[in-house]
Design a binder for this molecule. Structure first.
Ligand SMILES: Nc1nc2c(c(=O)[nH]1)N[C@H]1C(S)=C(S)[C@@H](COP(=O)(O)O)O[C@H]1N2
Ligand SMILES: [Mo]
Length: 407
C-alpha cells in the first residue's frame, strides 16, 4: 500500500526509516515515502559539487573513444548525436605522425605560376576576411566490411569521417592576392610533416570553395587536424586536404606525386586505373541501432548520418525488411551543402528477425549503391578507395544487432 508522504518526512524530520537504502532514486523514494535522509552517500544534493575549472570535462560515466591503429583512429559514430563531431573525437589519419609546429614560426609559401610569390605568416592569414563553414571530412579509404566479421560497429566500418565547423580564409582570396596566372591549371599542396604529404589539386577548386583553415569548432585547429593551418577541400577525399600546410605551387599540369599515382587511385574495368577521383560519393549509415547495441520490442528511433561530396542530401530512405520496401526518413535541419545530415525513422520492432538498412539520394540524383553494384560497375578488384555501399544490420530475435556483410 502506498503511504502518504508528509512534508516533514521529505524534509528529513522523520527518524523512522530504519532501512538502509543507498541506491534508492529520488522518484522511487517519493513514491514509497522514504525520508530523504535515507538516500545514502550518493545523494548529490548533500555535498557541494566540484568548483568551476579552467577546462570542461566529459562525464566520467561516458566512455567516448576513438579506436586507434598505427596509422589512423576512428570517430565513434554510434555514440554521437547531432551533426558536429567533438574536436577530440575527430578521426585522424597521419602518414608520418603529428608534427609539432610553433605558430609563431609558421609560414605558407605560394609560388610558381603567380605574379607575386608570397610568404604568409599565420597572422597574415588571419587578417584576411574569414569564412566559417560546417562540412564533413572523409578519408577515401573509409570502408571496412568485406569479410565475415559481424561484430563491427559504424566506427569500425566507416569511422574515418567527422564533421566540424571550419574557419579560415578562402583560397580564392589568397589566389587573387598573389595573382594566379591564367595558364595555371593545377597547384601542389605540401605538408610539413615527416611524410611531406603532397597532392595536386585543380586551380578551379581553389577558386571555387577551397579554404585554408586555422580553426575547428571555434578553437584553433587541433594538432591532429593540421595545426596551425591546413588546406580544406569541401566534399573531396580527405587525403587532398593537406595538413600542416607549408607550400602551394601553381603550375599548368598535375605533379603526379606518390599519393595520386601509386596510392589513392582505383582499378576499374579493362585494366584501367581511375586517377584524381576527388569527389566523395553520397553515403548514409545507420548509427542506431547497430552493433554493439541490443534493442527491445516496441517503438524505437532508427538514427543515422547521410552526406554527399556533391552537395546536399535530398532524401534518405530506410528499409526494415531487408530492402523489400523503403520508407522516407526525416531529415534534421539544417541540411547543409557537403555536410553530414542527421536522419531518423520511427520503427516499431515486433521482435522477429529482420535486416535494417538506409540509402541516400543527393541533390544530383545520385543514389547510394549496394556493394555488389559498386563492384560490378568498377570491375572485380576495386582496391580499397571510394567504397560507399548501403550498410545493413541484422536484428536478432533476442534484440542483438549485428553488421551484415554483403556477399
Ligand atoms: N600533411 C599531411 N596531410 C594529410 C595527411 C598526412 O598524413 N599528412 N593525411 C591525409 C589523409 S589520408 C586524410 S584522410 C586526412 C585526415 O585528416 P584528419 O586527420 O584531420 O582527420 O588528412 C590528409 N592530409
Ligand atoms: Mo585518407
Amino acid at each position: 500500500m502506498r503511504k502518504k508522504i508528509s512534508r516533514r518526512m521529505l524534509l528529513g524530520g522523520a527518524a523512522t526509516a530504519a532501512v538502509a537504502i543507498t541506491q534508492t532514486s529520488f522518484a522511487k523514494a517519493v513514491q514509497i515515502g522514504i525520508p530523504e535522509k535515507a538516500f545514502g552517500p550518493d545523494d548529490p544534493t548533500k555535498v557541494p559539487g566540484a568548483p568551476p575549472g579552467e577546462l570542461g570535462t566529459r562525464s566520467k560515466f561516458e566512455k567516448l573513444l576513438k579506436s586507434p591503429s598505427e596509422i589512423s583512429s576512428r570517430t565513434p559514430l554510434q555514440d554521437l548525436y547531432g551533426i558536429i563531431t567533438p574536436a577530440d573525437l575527430h578521426f585522424e589519419r597521419h602518414h608520418g605522425g603529428v608534427p609539432v609546429i610553433d605558430p609563431a614560426k609558421y609560414e605558407l609559401v605560394i609560388h610558381g605560376m603567380v605574379d607575386k610569390p608570397t610568404v604568409f605568416t599565420l597572422a597574415d592569414l588571419k587578417r584576411f576576411p574569414s569564412v566559417s563553414r560546417i562540412c564533413f571530412l572523409e578519408c577515401s579509404g573509409n570502408y571496412r566490411g568485406r569479410g565475415t566479421n559481424q561484430k563491427l560497429s559504424p566506427q569500425d566500418i566507416c569511422g574515418l569521417t567527422s564533421q566540424s565547423e571550419w574557419t579560415g580564409v578562402l583560397l580564392s582570396t589568397l589566389f587573387r592576392e598573389v595573382g594566379v596566372q591564367p595558364k595555371a591549371t593545377w597547384f601542389l599542396a605540401e605538408g610539413s610533416d615527416a611524410a611531406v604529404m603532397t597532392r595536386s589539386v585543380p586551380v578551379s577548386k581553389g577558386f571555387d570553395d577551397a579554404m585554408i583553415v586555422y580553426a575547428q569548432n571555434g578553437e584553433p585547429l587541433r594538432p591532429e587536424q593540421g595545426y596551425p593551418a591546413r588546406l580544406f577541400l569541401p566534399g573531396w577525399e580527405g587525403n587532398a586536404s593537406v595538413k600542416w600546410l607549408r607550400r602551394l605551387e601553381l603550375a599548368d599540369q598535375p605533379f603526379m606525386t606518390r599519393e595520386e599515382t601509386s596510392k589513392y587511385t582505383e582499378p576499374i574495368r579493362n585494366g584501367k586505373i581511375r586517377q584524381f577521383s576527388f569527389t566523395i560519393d553520397a553515403r548514409s549509415v545507420i548509427t542506431y541501432p547497430t552493433y554493439p547495441a541490443t534493442i527491445q520490442k516496441g517503438w524505437l528511433e532508427i538514427r543515422g548520418l547521410a552526406w554527399s561530396g556533391r552537395g546536399k542530401v535530398r532524401q534518405v530512405e530506410v528499409s526494415t525488411d531487408n530492402g523489400k520496401t523503403w520508407h522516407l526518413a526525416q531529415l534534421q535541419g539544417p541540411v547543409l551543402d557537403k555536410a553530414h545530415t542527421r536522419f531518423r525513422y520511427l520503427w516499431q520492432w515486433n521482435g522477429s528477425e529482420t535486416v535494417i538498412m538506409s540509402r541516400v539520394i543527393d541533390e544530383t540524383d545520385y543514389l547510394q549503391p549496394t556493394l555488389r553494384e559498386l563492384l560490378t560497375a568498377r570491375g572485380a578488384d576495386t582496391g580499397g578507395y571510394h567504397l560507399n555501399p548501403i550498410t545493413a544490420w541484422e536484428v536478432k530475435p533476442n534484440g542483438q544487432v549485428l553488421f551484415r556483410p554483403e556477399v
